[in-house]
Design a protein around this ligand. Structure first.
Ligand code: C2O
Ligand code: CU
Ligand code: CU
Length: 476
């Protein structure tokens, strides 16, 4: 096997270190060595309370609980089933999932299945909250292709706080076709829920929305700070979610070896993509395969965040600890995907994402097409079955500018172009969230063949969303 040197090797080799640092434009000395001493937790898979021929039934209680994010320190969280993150739900296409949610918190909540094609009444419309004590059942029809979804709180004006406190979990939808592929499965198919947080020394989650950027001192993966995962010399599939409120990530392996990306939010790519870095804005998901048989026993590979510095530059570590046989493989063709033709679009709509500073509180206000979110006013009324092009514009002339990950409910889309050029290589599959950097414009195309009714599109910087960077649309 032709191994490229690991960072450790470079650290032992001064001359190489210098050239490598220059090459990557990074100073290794600035990164304090980290222990990576917490074993990576994996959220438990929730068991249905019962199943019949069509449906799996679940019950979840939203409640306050204690979690251990930092070793030996208790952190008060709000969790689905009292867990941080919530339990993973596994679903099959062509079967229905019904989840009875009981709100035992002291605040109103509403649950959204992000990436789901869900009837409006169960989609978590922000104004549609359940009060403390209320019990409510959400119905998910699990349509479309297998993919990695997540569920999280969507309460109007308070989504940021509620998600920060822990109301988020994974939802894995599998279809027959993808289930039959020889990809790594079971304990070799691992969710990585990455969350940037500010945690005080006594363990308190310090939610402090600023509306611009985020103050954070900790990176959590599956609820644990900078964990370590012991892996065998074989392939693993990772389903990576950036569940941070307001921080975009850029993933990279410290070994300089590429990831093999196999999926975007909407499911498997037509073919695997070898890529050394993966930008991952808030709410975006990516699936990768890492083949640890390319490393010797004893190798330690850090999952890095090129978008972060200091404590936020490193996410977790993989330690290659034993040999194991591996029957899995990554087929060269993973799925079929037809591009939606631009000519099939009946209309193009523009959505301008902008911000302003004002005298009244809140001092920062984020808008779409100049408007603050009004749950009673619809900004667009696409007809069911139609194909439309939506152009998202990050207003360069606004008083404020920031990254806006744009998310549209009830549909999946393809990116036609980014700044009139090709989309990034890592985003050329089905998507439900697209990163819109400062001054950027992105066109997406989609067919409104999900559910009719009222839905929202919004910025997935949750501080922006809570400061009204959201719009209702109705599929009629
Ligand atoms: Cu992930 Cu409308 O949300
Ligand atoms: Cu969503
Ligand atoms: Cu935004």
């Amino acid at each position: 096997m032709n191994l490229r040197p690991t960072r450790r090797t470079f650290l032992q080799t001064g001359a190489l270190l210098v050239s490598h640092a220059l090459l990557k434009n990074r100073v290794f000395g600035a990164i304090a060595p980290r222990a990576f001493d917490i074993p990576l937790p994996v959220p438990p898979v929730l068991k249905p309370t019962r199943s019949d021929s069509t449906t799996d039934y679940y019950e979840i209680t939203q409640r306050e609980a204690w979690a251990e994010c930092l070793p030996g320190v208790r952190t008060k969280i709000w969790g689905y089933e009292g867990l941080f993150p919530g339990p993973t739900i596994k679903a099959r296409t062509k079967r229905v999932t019904k989840i009875q949610q009981t709100n035992r918190l002291s605040v109103p909540t509403v649950v959204h299945l992000h990436g789901g094609i869900t009837e409006s009444a169960s989609d978590g419309f922000p104004a549609d909250v359940s009060l403390p004590g209320a019990v409510r059942t959400y119905v998910y029809s699990n349509g479309g292709q297998g993919r990695t979804l997540w569920y999280h709180d969507h309460a109007m004006d308070h989504t940021g706080r509620n998600v920060y406190m822990g109301l988020a979990g994974m939802y894995l939808l599998e279809d027959e076709e993808s289930a039959n592929l020889p990809l790594p499965r079971d304990s070799y198919d691992v969710p990585l829920i990455i969350q940037v947080r500010q945690i005080s020394q006594d363990g308190e989650l310090s939610y402090n929305p600023r509306g611009m950027g985020e103050i954070a001192n900790t990176i959590l993966v599956n609820g644990a700070a900078w964990p370590r995962m012991e892996v065998a010399r074989r392939k693993y599939r990772f389903r990576i979610l950036n569940a941070s409120n307001a921080t975009a990530l850029q993933l990279r392996l410290s070994s300089d070896r590429p990831f093999l990306q196999i999926a975007t939010e909407g499911g498997l790519l037509p073919a695997p993509l070898s890529t050394e870095t993966i930008p991952l804005a808030m709410a975006e998901r990516v699936e990768v395969v890492i083949d640890f048989s390319e490393y010797p026993l004893g190798a330690r590979i850090i999952l890095e965040n090129l978008a972060g510095s200091g404590d936020l530059a490193q996410i977790m570590r993989f330690d290659v600890v034993h040999n194991e046989r591996d029957d899995s493989s990554v087929p060269t063709q993973l799925s079929h995907q037809d591009a939606i033709s631009e000519h099939s679009a009946v209309t193009t709509r523009q959505f301008v994402f902008s911000g302003k500073v004002q005298v009244e509180s809140p001092a920062l206000q984020w808008t779409i097409n100049g408007k603050q979110f009004d749950p009673n006013q619809s900004l667009a009324k696409p007809r069911w079955g139609d194909v439309e092009i939506w152009e998202f514009i990050n207003d360069p002339s606004g008083m404020l500018s920031d990254l806006h990950p744009v998310h549209v409910h009830d549909v999946r889309f393809q990116i036609l172009d980014r700044n009139r050029g090709l989309p990034n290589s890592t985003e050329r599959g089905w998507k439900d969230t697209v990163s819109l950097g400062r001054g950027e414009r992105v066109r997406v195309i989609m067919r409104f063949d999900g559910y009719k009714g009222k839905f929202v599109l919004h910025c997935h910087n949750l501080d922006h969303e809570d400061r009204s960077m959201m719009a209702r649309f109705d599929v009629i």
